[in-house]
Design a protein around this ligand. Structure first.
Ligand SMILES: C[S@@+](CC[C@H](N)C(=O)[O-])C[C@H]1O[C@@H](n2cnc3c(N)ncnc32)[C@H](O)[C@@H]1O
Length: 247
């Protein structure tokens, strides 16, 4: 039975399987067809067409971020390292808005190594000729404006390691998706995980156990977190890992 009619502005609408009690999601595939997909029991509504936001996050990873953030907003605010153009911020921000919580999103907006000219993940649209550098901040601001998340997602423009040294607010949810060099990932993990409260969730993106699939740095901090005894793994969705702080 369809509980709410699919609205093209929403990525997912809730329906329920009468016999099973399972809730499904409908994904609009941009050709005016709707495909049904089992999604779990939580309704997720995104305030814009997420495919219109530049970024590399898989929709299933986005949905997992949404659910994870939603489950721990009562423990503390949410924080992500690596805003880029705001794709993950929309998923986490949508959860925060529902729960009257906040997401702080940190980025220097000059792009990571792999975003620079000549690298695989360079996007020429983001290049500002006048300053000879990438600038993703206008894209992030536009995303948050379109998503009506400007009072929920608070951008912090700067290097995560500088912000971390002045941070004092307890975090219920921490998403690490910033620089992917070994040094950057180790610094982000080392400086930010102490702010996560017990019971809170640490999300790490681009974790590839097989080196053939991608860089090692996020995998290294994932292993470091698990081996520290401070975290237990709760979920793996594609390259996203969700760890809960247990101590
Ligand atoms: C993979 S992108 C983030 C993608 C984003 N989470 C999304 O879903 O679209 C990584 C971002 O981290 C930023 N970044 C890299 N090193 C950083 C640092 N030390 N401090 C702040 N931001 C950094 C880059 O500018 C880039 O925008």
């Amino acid at each position: 039975m369809i509980e709410s009619k699919p609205d093209p502005k929403l990525l997912f609408c809730r329906v329920s399987g009468r016999k099973t009690g399972i809730h499904f999601s409908w994904k609009h595939d941009k050709t005016d067809r709707w495909t049904m997909k089992e999604f779990g029991s939580i309704l997720m509504q995104l305030p814009l067409d997420i495919d219109s936001v530049k970024g590399f996050l898989d929709p299933e990873e986005g949905a997992a971020l949404y659910r994870a953030a939603r489950s721990c907003t009562q423990l503390g605010v949410c924080l992500e390292i690596g805003s880029y153009c705001g794709k993950s911020a929309v998923y986490i921000g949508a959860a925060c808005k529902e729960q009257q919580s906040l997401l702080f999103t940190i980025d220097h907006h000059r792009g990571s190594e792999e975003n620079q000219p000549g690298w695989d993940y360079h996007d020429a649209d983001l290049w500002q000729e006048s300053i000879g550098a990438i600038d993703t901040l206008p894209y992030l601001r536009r995303t948050l404006y379109r998503a009506k998340l400007e009072d929920t997602v608070i951008p912090i423009v700067g290097r995560s390691e500088i912000v971390a040294r002045h941070w004092a607010t307890p975090l219920g949810f921490l998403f690490i998706d910033g620089g992917h060099t070994r040094e950057a990932a180790l610094t982000d993990y080392g400086l930010w995980h102490p702010h996560l409260v017990k019971g809170g969730l640490l999300a790490i993106h681009d974790v590839f156990p097989d080196p053939a699939d991608g860089g090692r740095a996020p995998y290294d901090i994932y292993k470091l977190a698990l081996n520290s005894g401070l975290f237990e793994e709760r979920q793996a969705v594609k390259s996203l890992r969700l760890l809960q702080r247990i101590d």
